[in-house]
Design a protein around this ligand. Structure first.
Ligand SMILES: C[S@@+](CC[C@H](N)C(=O)[O-])C[C@H]1O[C@@H](n2cnc3c(N)ncnc32)[C@H](O)[C@@H]1O
Length: 426
């Protein structure tokens, strides 16, 4: 282990060897791991150590590039560029200085490495680009942007890994309507944040979140909007969850529909859409297998469940339940009759948890209920790999895995995995 000593105050030269999870890159200084932002593997950079509070690693910011990678390009967002002092760089586009194809390669490496290290699964997955993102250099895809307000009322994104507001002149990752409506340059004294939402129905909503009003009160205000996927409308609240990339909802709908193993699908089983939001992925199942499909969408946000009930009204066998997934499954385990248990064993379960993943308790409940197949939609590859490892003792293995570049110019990547039970465990 590296000796514990304080970081040098002067800039240090480092060789970047690898990409790490979380949008940073790996170097070593006198044997200690240093996580460095705004660089590319293969580069030699001059950095400033910004955090030496951990014994096993430090954090650093790139000050200048001494030997650039062939994959480096001018940042798509000047406000986030290395030309600016590190504390003035806008956050939210931490891969924007890297050629898009190489961003996808780095995301593939993070995913493959997490699967190998955490789940013992080797994968040849590739990260698929969406629509015309390549031609647009990964800009213009955000249908939603949250901007923050500083103490003196200035509006902007946070700087990377900080709550410092950075006023900016443009939002290149935002779609045209969102970028035009964003009230950049205006002051919002007394506000906490501003959401700019541009749904597929063509409307644009600028929602000012008052710092004095608690989030719970804001949650009472409804601002209904409509998103459309393949001609089907989904009602939701403007502040509620919806996939961010303009093509994400249709991409995930297709991916879930094609991931499901038809030979394991039973329309009459107790199929589940866990972390269901307003019912997008339950609808994907309904559209593929018909309106007789029985399924329950489980979601903790009551407003979203109300909308899901409405959005899933076409499917006679569909219902939406407001509950925390861990509690819902524990309750199922306690109360299920023998017939319910058989219908759960025959079920197809979609899971689309938040970034932290499903976690131990949810995986354990599902493992004991033993559904026929699980389609796991993940926005964090490391949480997915951890959960794949947790499913293994219950006999589940990865039958297919795809990954999508749903967040170009950021480090985020979305994955869709099909988990099925080994024949011996069925
Ligand atoms: C990644 S989103 C997926 C939503 C939906 N599947 C979609 O694609 O639109 C995760 C959803 O899980 C909900 N959620 C977060 N934690 C939850 C929990 N413990 N139990 C139930 N729902 C939860 C959030 O409110 C959010 O709607």
């Amino acid at each position: 282990m590296a000796e514990t000593h304080e970081a040098p105050a002067a800039p240090v030269e480092l060789e970047i060897t690898n990409v790490a999870h979380g949008g940073v890159f790996v170097a070593r200084h006198e044997g200690r791991v240093v996580f460095v932002s705004d660089t590319v593997p293969g580069e030699r950079v001059l950095v400033s150590i910004t955090d030496d509070s951990h014994t096993s690693f430090w954090r650093a910011e790139t000050l200048s590039v001494l030997e650039p990678s062939a994959h480096r390009r001018p940042h798509v967002w000047p406000a986030a560029s290395i030309e600016r002092a590190p504390e003035l760089r806008a956050g939210g586009a931490e891969f924007g200085h890297i050629a898009l194809a190489h961003q996808r390669e780095l995301k593939r490496q993070v995913l493959a490495d997490a699967f190998s290290r955490m789940a013992g699964v080797e994968t040849d997955v590739t990260v698929e680009a969406l629509g015309d993102d390549e031609q647009r250099e990964g800009t213009g895809w955000r249908t939603r942007v949250k901007l923050h307000v500083s103490d003196d009322g200035e509006l902007g994104p946070y700087a990377a890994r900080s709550h410092r507001v950075i006023p900016v002149e443009e939002l290149p990752l935002a779609g045209d309507a969102v970028a035009e409506a964003a009230p950049l340059g205006q002051r919002f004294a007394g506000a906490e944040s501003v959401d700019v939402v541009g749904p597929a129905d063509g409307s644009v909503h600028v929602l000012v979140n008052d710092a004095a009003r608690p989030t719970s009160q804001r949650a009472q205000e409804r601002r209904p909007i409509v998103e459309t996927v393949g001609g089907r409308g989904f009602r939701l609240d403007a502040r509620g969850f919806w996939q961010v990339h303009r093509l994400a909802a249709s991409t995930l709908t297709d991916a879930v529909q094609s991931a499901v193993d038809e030979s394991l699908f039973d329309a009459a089983a107790a199929n589940l859409d866990l972390y269901g939001g307003v019912g997008l992925l339950a609808a994907a199942l309904g559209d593929r297998f018909g309106d007789g499909v029985r399924m329950t969408s489980v979601e903790s946000d009551a407003r979203a469940t109300d909308d899901a009930s409405e959005n899933l009204a076409d499917w006679l066998g569909a219902q939406a339940v407001t509950a925390r997934v861990d509690r819902y499954l524990q309750q199922l385990e306690r109360t299920a009759t023998a017939g319910d248990r058989n219908r759960l064993r025959a079920a197809t379960v979609i899971l689309d948890p938040p970034r932290s993943g499903a976690g131990k308790a949810v995986v354990a409940s599902l493992g004991r209920l033993a559904p026929a197949q699980l389609v796991y939609v993940a926005c964090d590859p490391v949480a997915l790999a951890r959960d794949v490892a947790l499913f293994a003792p219950y006999g589940y293995t990865v039958a297919s895995l795809r990954a999508f570049d749903l967040f170009p110019n950021t480090h985020h990547v979305e994955a869709v995995a099909l988990l099925t039970r080994e024949p011996a465990a069925r």
